[in-house]
Design a protein around this ligand. Sequence first.
Ligand code: AMP
Ligand code: GLY
Length: 428
Amino acid sequence: MKVLVIGPGGREHALVRSLLDDPFVTEVHAAPGNAGIARDVPVHAVNAQDPAAVVALARELGSSLVVVGPEAPLAAGVVDALQEAGIPAFGPTRAAAQLEASKAFAKEIMAVAEVPTAMARVATNSTEAADALDAFGAPYVVKDDGLAAGKGVVVTDDREAALAHAQECFGAGGSVVIEEFLDGPEVSLFVISDGYHAVPLAPAQDFKRIFDGDEGPNTGGMGAYSPLEWLPAGFVDDVMERVARPTITAMADRGTPFAGVLYCGLALTRRGIRVIEFNARFGDPETQAVLARLKTPLGSLLLAAANGTLDTIEPLTWRSKTAVGVVLASARYPDAPVTGDVITGLDAAAELDGVSVLHAGTALDDDGATVSAGGRVLAVVGLGRDLAGARERAYAGIGKIALEGGQYRTDIALRAAQGGVTIEQEGN
Ligand code: AMP
Ligand code: GLY
């Protein structure tokens, strides 16, 4: 099988690595990729958001499967175009990707499917926004209704800041969703779907804020680990039954079956599981940690999802190891990331036992040096016997890497390693 991976980030580097490990995959290509992906497979300078260009490349390469990583090409209809051209594609159609592209649409589907989520109101002007903020009270949660790569959400106790964010979204011609604050630990569960059948991957936890101790602004994600030993027994089955399957059924019933990854962003609140958000793609950086443990050949799994034959695959198998991924971000990320700085120590890090380096925002400069080219620059994934071992490896790896002004959190998976993640229970 020849696979083409679409996207430029760390998630795509993880997908490429796993596909290279699949004995049924004979060739992997990527577009546009990054400097790290280009060290592993041939990359092609194609605009990932241009459906015709992606179809042309897949034809030229004779791809038997195209895996679309990021949300923007999904929302641009890249999967629709590939399907029309008769090329198997992993990812939802444009209509199904609305589950991520519009938070208001996601809330409608959750209402139809009776999926537990935060109470929410849509606001299109400041008066409506102020009313909604006061209805729910602090902490305030204000979300840009459109695609914002996980960065359009403000959670704050400051009413003025909440209103200012809403105003910014209205200014850009958009609307906002304002909702009740959900307490409790967050979990990302990726559910592979072919539109009708669904298979969960292992749960992961992401660290959204830029600074240690969950301080500072939200980012795309600064680190992740998997599996989550502190989850209650039956958690994944519960999410499948109460969240994933009803959502997939609701999407199929309205004539827009959802095939691809249904990313369930969940909060374990004292009143039970609540959906924080759906995404229509693999999460970044959770994928880097989750795929490090997957033993099942990835290409065959994704092809079954693309072909509507997920019900025929064997149960997934996993390495009995723990994975921790730590993201290195550039100076002044997430506000105004500084790019173009040389990154050193990449090979020294990758040579360590149980350590892999997955690139995100990297490029090669004119001298062939690897330089930063985005906010999140790379992730170092440590695979160990337990959380402590995996953390040790990830941090030993990132310690070898130097980037001017580079930032990373030192507390990824720390609380879980100390047994400090707890779920509040409330009788209901
Ligand atoms: P989203 O883009 O919807 O995933 O939001 C990004 C992050 O904001 C989430 O991962 C949460 O950390 C936080 N967040 C979003 N919605 C809520 C909510 N209703 N209550 C508490 N935190 C939230
Ligand atoms: N890690 C969060 C996301 O991919 O949206």
